[in-house]
Structures are given as structure tokens and as C-alpha cells.
Design a protein around this ligand. Structure first.
Ligand code: MD3
Ligand code: FE
Length: 203
């Protein structure tokens, strides 16, 4: 069943399981056009998570900073369109969680190989802070850190499994969050990796 993690944060366990093969096929199509890359942070560290994007804009990072860009780094090429199976899943999950008008313009695709992690951060590069962020976990499980409004607030640990969808909106939108290092495994669909899709309304 659906679980309220905090006001505005809904966990829909297994919501995407029935569509997982189609979602993975759509991710394959996107990554065949724009391969996953390990971006560099403004501080000069290479991220352990590899990323690609689809949709009108994509999230990128380099020595100049973090931002959303309509073209792929170092090119004047647009990102691939957001496949319908991805957009529909995100819209339906948002509607079910009380956000009937979610119209994402960006889908960031994160790939975690064993040991990859994401340290505590806030998502603050989006212009539209009213819109929720929808995240979909596929493949290997992970432990998600769900924090407060200050980095120093001790985060709760939430296990996320294949097919789990979380909608982060309303007062939870600006919480600190992260992902602990993914442990090795062998998932039937994705092998030794975890994929996370995050759908955002940037503009
Ligand atoms: C909680 N990705 O790409 S998605 C990210 O699993 C990111 O790859 C993680 O954090 C991942 O920025 C977690 C879940 C998420 C996204 C946005 C949030 C959780 C959030 C915004 C507020 C609170
Ligand atoms: Fe985030």
C-alpha cells in the first residue's frame, strides 16, 4: 500500500513493477543515444553515479556549476525525447499522490554500480518548487537517506527496492536526501546495477 513518509512525501511500493521491462527498454534506448557519463562536480570530484537525461532539459554538472541545459555537454544537440512510458508513469504516480497537474520537462537517469553513492544534498536547481519530484527505483536495492531541512538533521534510512516509486512534493520538496553505497548483487533485469529515474518540472 501507499505510505506517507512525511507531509508531501509518498512512497508507492512496487508501483512500477508491472512496467519495469518497458521502463528498462526505454532507458536502453535513451542511453544508446546519450551514454551514461560520470560528471565532475564544481569542486572537481568525479561523481560515482553515472548519468544521462531525456526530456526538454537535462541536469548537468561541471567545474562551472550545476544547471539544467537544453543541449548535451559539449554539443549543440538536444536530449532524447522523454519516452511515453516514462512520462505516463511519472504523471500517474504524481496524480495518485495529490499532484494532478505534474508535467515533467526533465528526466535525470542515474546509474549506480556497486559502491556508487550520493551524499546528502537538496535539489535546488529547479525553478518550479511547487511541482513535486517523482523518483523510480529499478534493479538492485538501495538505502535512501531522508533528512530534514538542515544538512545536520539526522536522516531516516528508507530501503528502496526494484519498482518502488516516491513522490516528493509540498513541504518535503526541499528536504536533504542521499543514497548509501549500493551493495553488489545480481538483479534479473539489470544485473549488477541500480537505475533511478527522477522526473522534474524545471521551468
Ligand atoms: C527527497 N537521486 O538525482 S531520488 C537526485 O536515488 C537524487 O538517485 C536519488 O537525489 C537517487 O537528485 C534519490 C529521490 C529524491 C529526489 C528528490 C528529492 C528524493 C528527494 C527532493 C526532496 C526530498
Ligand atoms: Fe536529489
Amino acid at each position: 500500500g501507499d505510505e506517507v513518509l512525511a507531509p508531501g512525501a509518498m512512497l508507492l511500493r512496487g508501483y512500477a513493477v508491472g512496467r519495469a521491462e518497458a521502463l528498462v527498454a526505454a532507458v536502453e534506448e535513451v542511453q544508446s543515444r546519450v551514454p551514461f557519463v560520470h560528471l565532475v562536480t564544481p569542486g572537481g570530484h568525479t561523481m560515482s553515479v553515472a548519468m544521462t537525461n531525456c526530456g526538454r532539459v537535462g541536469w548537468v554538472s561541471d567545474r562551472r556549476g550545476y544547471r539544467y541545459a537544453a543541449t548535451r555537454p559539449g554539443t549543440d544537440q538536444p536530449w532524447p525525447d522523454m519516452p511515453d512510458v516514462l512520462r505516463e508513469l511519472a504523471e500517474e504516480a504524481a496524480r495518485r499522490s495529490g499532484f494532478p497537474d505534474f508535467d515533467p520537462d526533465a528526466c535525470l537517469i542515474n546509474r549506480y554500480e556497486p559502491g556508487a553513492r550520493m551524499s546528502l544534498h537538496q535539489d535546488r536547481d529547479e525553478n518550479d518548487r511547487q511541482a513535486p519530484i517523482v523518483s523510480v527505483s529499478l534493479g538492485l536495492p538501495a538505502v535512501f537517506q531522508f533528512g530534514g531541512f538542515q544538512r545536520s538533521d539526522r536522516p531516516a534510512r528508507i530501503p528502496l527496492a526494484h519498482g518502488d516509486v516516491v513522490v516528493w512534493g509540498g513541504p518535503s520538496r526541499m528536504r536533504f536526501h542521499g543514497v548509501l553505497a549500493v551493495k553488489p548483487g545480481d538483479h534479473p533485469l539489470l544485473g549488477n546495477c541500480r537505475i533511478n529515474l527522477t522526473f522534474r518540472k524545471v521551468f
